[in-house]
Design a protein around this ligand. Structure first.
Ligand code: PHE
Length: 446
């Protein structure tokens, strides 16, 4: 497989593409409910620390490998490994990443389907004039209806795969980037509304005054997994984007911009959602339904609420769409590299992921009591293990490859941050990020 000559049209295009992959369900759906389940401020604190000392340096490592390899993940890894005089078996890391995104995509599509349902419901005005209890009950009723969920899951999978099959993700990205500022504006408006609720003070205290004694191994593991997930790091998916990164663009600067945009969305969503939680006397640890219950309540209090709720879900859908394309791309690339036509590859991947996704759909009804591992049903399993174990393991191996195995001059050129910046990055990865991931994973598996 020879080097790709394709490049993103501009520096901005690269940042926007990576932001498109990063901002998604992780920020608006998963961050709030994980924070709720993990005691608030301690989780937020650990998550931010992990973004800074693990997520960012390893994200640089991942993109750096793709950029130096200028090929799809498996070929890039094999090529660079040969160049470094080590075994080309490193390529299997690309396959491990593909396995990870396969399982992530299977639930991602199901939950994005929830957004489709909520988009339709809000446009139909089905939330206006409803009490918070009724809004909560209608979410439970929706979860108990596998047919409706399957319909939305199917629709989302078709949306994702048609863009991937046609190879037009660039077009969607442009649309996304045109509309994303509106998502930020809506979130800021929501925070503005949150300030006026009685729950705001409690929410701020709960989010920003960490009680360090509440740190447990499970909170640490959850926060680490979430840092990888939200930045889209550890599955070699961003490696593929790195292959198209133009020369002469500083990687640390680009990555820092993405992280700021990504964390900002999570924080704004968190403040808005927890203000509603506390003003309504709800349970912060309510779980995956948290966003779907709190946001309709918040919007129904605002002028023009139903319309804006619809706009919000539309934007969320767009954000998850660009993330799911990034999740699907490496899977499809493996098949096209093996000689399959793009359309066929997308159909094959799409239908297999869809099928596995059905197990998540039924985890809320007939399969809810079927436990797969450690008392978890399928949905709980796929929203936990790939995120908390596979992504960090993948990230760890990528980091080892970039900081210990690749020849320094190749890595330095690809990082594009000068010799000082390179030494700083490599020192951080070698002596902080790598040992930290190892320690957390080992303590969790012990
Ligand atoms: N970062 C995305 C989100 O927060 C999810 C994702 C993970 C996308 C891994 C690509 C790769 O929703």
């Amino acid at each position: 497989m020879s080097e790709t000559l394709e490049r993103w049209g501009s520096r901005r295009a690269f940042i926007l593409a990576v932001t498109g992959a990063a901002v998604g369900l992780g920020n608006i759906w998963r961050f709030p409910y994980m924070t709720g389940e993990n005691g608030g401020a301690v989780f937020l604190l650990l998550y931010v620390v992990f973004v800074l000392i693990l997520g960012l340096p390893i994200m640089m490592a991942e993109i750096l490998v793709g950029r130096a390899g200028r090929r799809g993940p498996m070929h890039a890894l094999a090529h660079l490994a040969r160049q470094a005089g080590v075994s080309p078996h490193w390529r299997w890391l690309g396959l491990f990443g593909a396995l990870t995104v396969f399982f992530i995509l299977s639930f991602y599509s199901v939950v994005s389907g929830w957004s489709i349902e909520y988009l339709i419901e809000s446009v139909n005005g089905n939330f206006s004039g409803r009490t918070p209890d009724e809004i909560g009950a209608s979410f439970d009723a929706f979860l108990a209806d596998p047919l409706r969920m399957t319909f939305n899951h199917t629709l989302f999978m078709l949306l994702t795969m048609s863009v991937v099959a046609a190879g037009i993700s660039g077009g969607l990205e442009r649309l996304n980037n045109l509309l994303m500022p509106l998502l930020y504006i809506l979130l800021v408006v929501l925070v503005g509304y949150a300030v006026t609720t009685d729950g705001f003070g409690t929410a701020m205290a709960w989010l920003f005054t960490p009680d360090l004694e509440a740190i447990t191994l499970s909170v640490v593991l959850n926060a680490m997994g979430h840092a990888f997930f939200t930045l889209a790091v550890g599955a070699c998916a961003l490696m593929a984007y790195g292959a198209y990164m133009p020369d002469h663009q500083s990687l640390p600067r680009a990555v820092a911009a993405v992280a700021v945009l990504d964390v900002a969305v999570a924080l704004l969503a968190g403040i808005a959602i927890f203000s509603v939680v506390f003003s309504q006397g709800m349970d912060p640890a309510e779980g995956p339904g948290l966003m779907f219950v709190t946001l309709p309540i918040a919007f129904s209090d605002l002028p023009g609420g139903p319309l804006w709720l619809g706009v919000f879900f539309l934007l969320l859908l767009l954000a998850t769409w660009t993330s799911s394309i990034n999740l699907a791309e490496p899977l499809v690339a493996i098949l096209t590299d093996a000689g399959l036509k793009r359309g066929k590859a997308a159909a094959l991947i799409g239908s297999s992921v869809w099928l596995v996704g059905l197990l998540s759909v039924f985890s809320f009804s007939s399969l809810s009591e079927v436990k797969w591992l450690a008392g978890m049903n399928f949905f709980e399993l796929v929203t936990t293990v790939p995120l908390e174990f596979f992504l960090p393991i993948g990230g760890l191996l990528i980091a080892i490859f970039a900081a210990w195995i690749m020849p320094a001059n190749t890595a330095m050129r690809s990082l594009d941050a000068g010799p000082g910046g390179f030494r700083l990055w490599r020192g951080l990865v070698r002596y902080v990020s790598i040992p930290l991931v190892v320690i957390v994973l080992l303590s969790a598996l012990w």
